[in-house]
Design a protein around this ligand. Structure first.
Ligand code: ATP
Length: 238
């Protein structure tokens, strides 16, 4: 079966610094695929390039059978690819409800939008309780929930999450990971970038380990979780 997303020999540079040095991977519909690796490995750069925010040096990105390279970011969203960026980027002065509505900016079906807002509220009840408050008053973890809820508002075929657990307390992190597992069980296809390798690999179908711009190891989530080199390098074992 053709994968939903296919990244082939992708290279991306910032000036002379080559941040992504020819990586290839696929995401099939219904899968959770994770990219793990330390700071600066090129994970965020990869997601930003898929989203159309950065232009690759070379290589190809195919989404739902269409070549994405050269397609502007807003058209990529319209094709069904949503990106919840690192650092969340919610609008702090707008209310939580307004932030969610912004995630549906390409849609006109008011009824569908309202039912998707309710879906976000079901996933994250705290957002409903505080729907009329400014989003800037939410805690870091709650802002992450809002960013995920907002990304889901475009009813994406593929949801890309950049470090959703960053800076969160262990309890909040567990909540976010449980929500990702719930989205997966509902059939959402997810590309997850995480520094928390244990959490990401536990729920991923496939994982890729990135080091300085390259994929150095790939396998099923369970396989990587039990791989000795991964355990030493990323799971804090001696
Ligand atoms: P992190 O988890 O820290 O975000 P990452 O794996 O997502 O790490 P990237 O943010 O993609 O890594 O960075 C890959 C490389 O590109 C790093 O060496 C980084 O310093 C460099 N880089 C990232 N953004 C820029 C930029 N705007 N200009 C120049 N170099 C950059």
């Amino acid at each position: 079966m053709t994968p939903l997303l296919e990244v082939k020999d992708l290279k991306v540079a910032y000036g002379k610094i080559e941040a992504v040095k020819g990586i290839s991977f696929t995401v099939a519909a219904g899968e959770v695929v994770t990219l793990i690796g330390t700071n600066g490995a090129g994970k965020t750069t990869t997601l930003r390039t898929i989203s159309g925010l950065l232009k690759p040096l070379s290589g190809s990105i195919t989404f739902d059978g269409l070549p994405l390279t050269g397609t502007p970011a807003h058209k990529i969203v319209a094709l069904g690819l949503a990106h919840s960026p690192e650092g969340r980027h919610i609008f702090p002065r707008l209310t939580i409800a307004e932030n969610l509505q912004l995630g549906a900016f390409l849609r006109k079906d008011t009824e569908g939008i309202n039912s998707d807002i309710e879906r976000s509220y079901d996933l994250f009840p705290i957002l409903k309780e505080r729907s009329r408050q400014a989003a800037g008053t939410l805690s870091g973890g709650e802002q992450q929930m809002l960013a995920m809820g907002r990304a889901l508002m475009s009813r994406p075929k593929l949801l890309m999450l950049d470090e959703p657990s960053m800076g969160l307390s262990p309890i909040m992190m567990q909540k976010i990971m449980a929500t990702i597992a719930e989205l997966k069980s509902q059939g959402t296809t997810i590309l997850l970038v995480e520094q928390n390798a244990q959490a990401a690999l536990s729920l991923a179908d496939h994982g890729h380990v990135m080091e300085i711009g390259k994929i150095v190891l790939s396998g099923s989530g369970q396989h990587l979780l039990h791989d000795e080199s991964v355990r030493k390098a990323y799971l804090g074992e001696d």
